[in-house]
Design a protein around this ligand. Structure first.
Ligand SMILES: [Zn+2]
Length: 260
């Protein structure tokens, strides 16, 4: 059984530490800064960092890789199609890796960056989990820096098709602003109201809003709801034109959120 600890970095990043508490082995995900992980390891001297997982090449995800690798000799696993420092194991669509005794699947999810990968594990079928990087956020999705709206929507739709119980560990604490946007898109969605109020309360107490689940995201994340009538209507109103497919709806939502 694995446990997850969020190590905060920069303003709003989380470096997830995946832990096998029995064997005291752990893996760090997207260490944009080595220091939070090094501090944790210094405070937990019995633990060994075996792996560093990388979802994409942005600096706030890879900035700490070299220092962490030098200090721990952990194996660096990351996207084959991007330039990642100290990469030991390049992975791409369809790859399957062994991570502290668990089989983890790799999906290529272009959009935020072209080589972005996510990591999915269901060795415990009751509790699957997903490391979604900057592709799927709680209540939102990453900006489209390198790909097209069509690529990003295809990537997100694929993640939405994972089991409802899948816990979603993304790389940023953006949930509150995402849910404010979700409410602007769907002002008559009571589940979004409830989620916004829950998230607001957590943030007022400086608490983390993650992980989310795929079930919550399908109910509350507008970017996964481009086929719902209310979302289409809101996007059409924003665009001032009728939109005849989900990609067009998604593209309007994404550029609306960019300036929200
Ligand atoms: Zn990014």
């Amino acid at each position: 059984m694995l446990t997850f600890t969020a190590l905060p970095a920069f303003n709003d990043n989380y470096i997830w530490l995946i832990q096998d508490t029995q064997r005291q082995l752990c893996a760090a995900v997207d260490p944009g800064d080595a220091q939070p992980v090094l501090n944790w390891l210094a405070e937990h001297p019995q633990w060994q960092l075996t792996d560093i997982l990388i979802t994409h090449h942005h600096h706030d995800h890879v900035g700490g890789v070299s220092a962490l690798k030098a200090a721990t000799h952990a194996r660096v696993i990351g996207p084959a199609r991007e330039s990642i420092p100290n990469l030991d194991l390049p992975v791409d669509e369809g790859a399957s890796i062994e991570l502290i005794g668990h089989t983890v699947q790799v999906f290529a999810v272009p959009g935020h960056t072209l080589g972005h990968v996510v990591f999915f594990c269901q060795t415990d079928p009751a509790q699957p989990w997903l490391l979604s990087g900057d592709t799927l956020f709680a209540g939102g999705c990453g900006r489209i820096f390198e790909g097209s709206p069509e690529q990003m929507l295809t990537s997100l739709t694929r993640l939405a098709d994972l089991p409802d119980t899948t816990r979603v560990y993304c790389a940023h604490e953006y949930t509150l602003s995402n849910m404010r946007f979700a409410q602007a898109v769907e002002p008559n969605n009571a589940e979004i109201d409830q989620r916004l109020s829950d998230v607001r309360q957590l943030r007022e107490q400086q608490q983390i809003t993650l992980p989310s689940t795929i079930a919550i995201e399908k109910r509350c994340n507008p970017f996964l709801r481009c086929e719902h009538a209310d979302v289409i209507r809101a996007a059409e109103e924003k665009a001032g034109a009728s939109l005849d497919n989900s990609t067009a709806v998604f593209a309007v939502l994404r550029s609306w959120k960019d300036t929200f």
